[in-house]
Each structure stands twice: as structure tokens, then as C-alpha cells.
Design a protein around this ligand. Structure first.
Ligand SMILES: [Zn+2]
Length: 258
């Protein structure tokens, strides 16, 4: 479906209204979540990120707690990051964002060999079909994690939603738990509602003692914070958006798998 120019203008006009409502909803869900900080640290995890930065934003403190507890963690980033920011050549974006990913993960305590980049084309995950499901299933078979952390099918970004859907199919029958972390839900009230409809109430992990390092790890992704990358706009990695990932806890929604 293509939206008419009038509808696009209306949607854009509503963004400043949606942002504070989405923030209120997210903060309420976070406060009401069940604190699983102690048990989470000892559950091995495969963290699936659609783009370089989602793993750090959504689960940076959770990753650090696991690493500090000696628990196995691997990060698999699915897309190559070639399209963003749009004013740069794709090859430059791929190189810069891969370097940012590895630098950020080192701050989280992950060695380079625990960070895998699958290099699917960015913005095209909704067309990847079974290829994406098979790639995720391979990673789950290789790492046999207790938990798979991934973006939600209800995330408004199409790459994030496609990965959430593929992970649900790939994790089914493996015995791993599937836990969805929110990213762009912080900009869209309706996507919080859809996240809840598709999952159980949130489990939370405290960021206490890890926030300074998490902020440092997020700051590494400077390519995504420039004006050209939307860093000064409502849908970019602007300071008001990043604030949601430097709060007192991280949130994970348990997703039922068939
Ligand atoms: Zn992303």
C-alpha cells in the first residue's frame, strides 16, 4: 500500500503527539515488568540485531551482566548497514558501521569472535523469506543458547519486524526462549499495543551499575547520529530517543514459539 501525500503529511504532523504517548506507555510497561536480573545473568544468549547498534541499545546492560557472570553470549547482526546514512557510498557505510559494531561490543566485554555479521542487504529483510529463517536457525543450532534476544515483529521498522518473525519460526522446537526487546516502539504507541498482543508482559533486567558503560557503547555509533542519518529528526538516533535506552532497566517480552 502506498500512502497518499496528504496521508503522509498527516502522519508526519502526528509524530510529535505520538512520541510522548509512546514514552509514557514504554515507561509504564518497564516499571510493571518482572525483574529477572539475577537469573538472566546465568542464561546463555544469542542476541540477534537487525542493524549494528540494536544489540547495544536493546540489551547492552543485559549482555554486560552475562559477560561478567561468565555466561556465553554471541551477537549476530543481520544486515550490512549499507544504506544509512543515505548520503554515503554503501561500501563506506558497511565498513564504518562494522567498525562501530565491533568497538561497541568490545566495550560490552565481547571478544570479536563473539560478534558475527551476516551482511544481508539493509532495508530488504522483508524480502529474505526462508533464507533469513535458515540463517537464524543455523546460528541457534551453532550456539544452543538458553535465550534468543531479538527485535519484535511489532517493531515499526520493517527490518526489525521481519527479523522478529523469522526468529519465531527459527527458534520453534529448539527449547530456547525467545525474548523480544523494543527499539522503535518508543516512537509509536500502536506498536507497544501490538508488542503486548504478541507476547507476555515484560521481564526486566536492571541497568544499575552498567549505565555509564552502556552510554559509552552507544556513543560509538556516531555515524547514526549525524543530521544526514536523521540524528536531528524524530525517527533518527536523536538524544531524546537514545534517552529511552539509558533508563534504569532493559525490557524483554517473552514471545510464544509454535
Ligand atoms: Zn535497527
Amino acid at each position: 500500500m502506498t500512502l497518499s501525500p496528504a496521508r503522509l503529511r498527516l502522519e508526519a504532523a502526528l509524530v510529535p503527539v505520538k512520541l510522548p504517548v509512546a514514552a509514557l506507555m514504554g515507561n509504564a510497561l518497564s516499571r510493571r515488568g518482572t525483574d529477572v536480573t539475577a537469573t538472566s545473568a546465568h542464561r546463555s544468549a544469542l542476541v540477534l540485531a537487525p542493524h549494528p547498534d540494536d544489540e547495544t541499545l536493546g540489551s547492552g546492560a543485559t549482555i554486560m551482566r552475562k559477560v561478567d557472570a561468565g555466561t556465553d553470549v554471541a551477537v549476530v547482526v543481520i544486515t550490512d548497514g549499507s544504506t544509512w546514512p543515505p548520503d554515503r557510498p554503501p561500501a563506506e557505510n558497511i565498513a564504518v558501521r562494522d567498525a562501530e559494531l565491533r568497538a561497541s561490543c568490545r566495550i560490552l566485554g565481547l571478544p570479536d569472535e563473539a560478534v558475527i555479521h551476516l551482511s544481508f542487504p539493509e532495508t530488504r529483510l522483508h524480502t529474505a523469506g526462508d533464507t533469513l529463517v535458515d540463517a537464524v536457525a543455523d546460528a541457534v543450532r551453532t550456539h544452543t543458547p538458553d535465550d534468543v534476544l531479538v527485535t519484535s515483529e511489532a517493531d515499526p521498522h520493517s527490518d526489525h519486524a521481519a527479523l522478529g518473525a523469522a526468529a519465531r519460526r527459527a527458534v520453534a522446537g529448539t527449547g530456547a526462549r525467545l525474548l523480544a526487546y523494543p527499539i522503535w516502539q518508543w516512537t509509536r504507541p500502536r506498536s507497544w499495543t501490538r508488542t503486548l498482543a504478541a507476547a507476555s508482559p515484560a521481564e526486566t533486567v536492571s541497568s544499575d551499575g552498567y549505565l555509564d558503560r552502556k552510554r559509552t557503547a552507544i556513543a560509538v555509533f556516531h555515524s547514526q547520529m549525524s543530521a544526514a542519518a536523521g540524528g536531528d529528526q524524530h525517527d533518527g538516533l536523536r538524544p531524546g530517543f537514545l534517552r529511552h535506552f539509558a533508563g534504569p532497566r532493559e525490557m524483554f517480552f517473552p514471545v510464544p514459539t509454535p
